[in-house]
Design a protein around this ligand. Structure first.
Ligand code: LIP
Length: 284
């Protein structure tokens, strides 16, 4: 895995991420057509893409390529490129696409610069990133060693430190569900095991916002199976720079198999519960 860039380059990467994510967030709000439809589906009929997903990703790719021509690009939608610099931009142009489609104000533009290979779990890590909720203007940004920051619409960024969490049985945990019926059945079975052991569950619909919500304390924890690198890359760094932990199960790195997000000691307790639940539920 390539080394983490120096302080000056990290600061530049964070600024590039904030500028690109902010512009894309403005695009998905201001350029949304009156009658937004589904332009195509991916893994299943409910895994939808709108013209705004692709349009926002095209905008991000253009801005990031102009600012950092030697970096790679990996986005949720079509059109990636390999890196010459050791850095790759991992972007989700609209995380929470179904919420965007239904005008539920909980979706995000996620932009992260990562070192390593984001297609291989455990062989990459984010080093700078930004998450913007276009509906509210709320912005989260971070760089390795630079702390986590939150900016409300039109204000200056303020330092973000994740609050001390409650015990497991008082924890409000976020989660989510995939698009494939077989995966959803497994996720529901896992939920049956976890739900009685926490305060309650919230299914908000954007992994990037869920993970950032753990950093703000709007959620005490989050877990989900099925995330892609672009869902998690930027918010992962925001949470860890805010003092949280972001892992897989049993010491594994965060990956499609599972992510668990919380501040210690809650992270240890939730990881144990989710791991035990996954053993009870078994294979998908
Ligand atoms: C979404 C994730 C969310 C998950 C949804 C969906 P998308 O990403 O952010 O956590 O529960 O099913 O996958 O597909 O809207 O970019």
């Amino acid at each position: 895995m390539s080394s983490v860039p120096g302080a000056e380059e990290l600061a530049e990467l964070e600024q590039v991420a904030v500028a690109a994510a902010t512009e894309a967030a403005r695009f998905v709000v201001e350029e949304r057509p009156d009658r937004l439809g589904v332009s195509k589906t991916k893994s299943t009929a409910t895994d939808v893409v709108t013209v705004m997903d692709q349009g926002a990703q095209d905008l991000l790719r253009e801005r990031l390529r102009a600012a950092r021509p030697d970096d790679g690009f990996l986005g949720e939608e079509e059109g990636g490129s390999t890196t010459r610099s050791g850095l790759t931009w991992v972007v989700d142009p609209i995380d929470g696409t179904v919420n965007y489609l239904y005008r539920i104000p909980a979706y995000a533009v996620s932009v992260a610069a990562v070192v390593g290979n984001p297609r291989v779990p455990g062989e990459w890590t984010p080093v700078a990133g930004a998450v913007v909720n276009p509906a509210t203007g709320e912005l989260f940004h971070a760089r390795t060693g630079g702390g986590a920051w939150r900016r409300l619409h039109g204000e200056e960024s303020t330092s973000l430190v994740a609050p001390r969490p409650p015990a497991l049985d008082r924890a409000l945990a976020g989660t989510g569900f995939g698009y494939d019926p077989r995966r959803r059945r497994w996720q529901a079975a896992l939920l049956l095991e976890v739900l009685p052991q926490v305060r309650d569950i919230r299914r908000i619909g954007s992994a990037a916002l869920d993970i950032c919500s753990v950093a703000t304390g709007t959620l005490d924890a989050y877990f989900e199976r099925g995330l892609n690198p672009w869902d998690m890359a930027a918010a992962w760094l925001v949470l860890t720079e805010a003092g949280g932990r972001f892992t897989g199960l049993a010491g594994d790195p965060p990956a499609e198999a599972m992510v668990v997000a919380a501040v210690e000691p809650l992270h240890t307790d939730l990881e144990r519960v989710v791991r035990a639940a996954a053993e009870v539920v078994g294979a998908e």
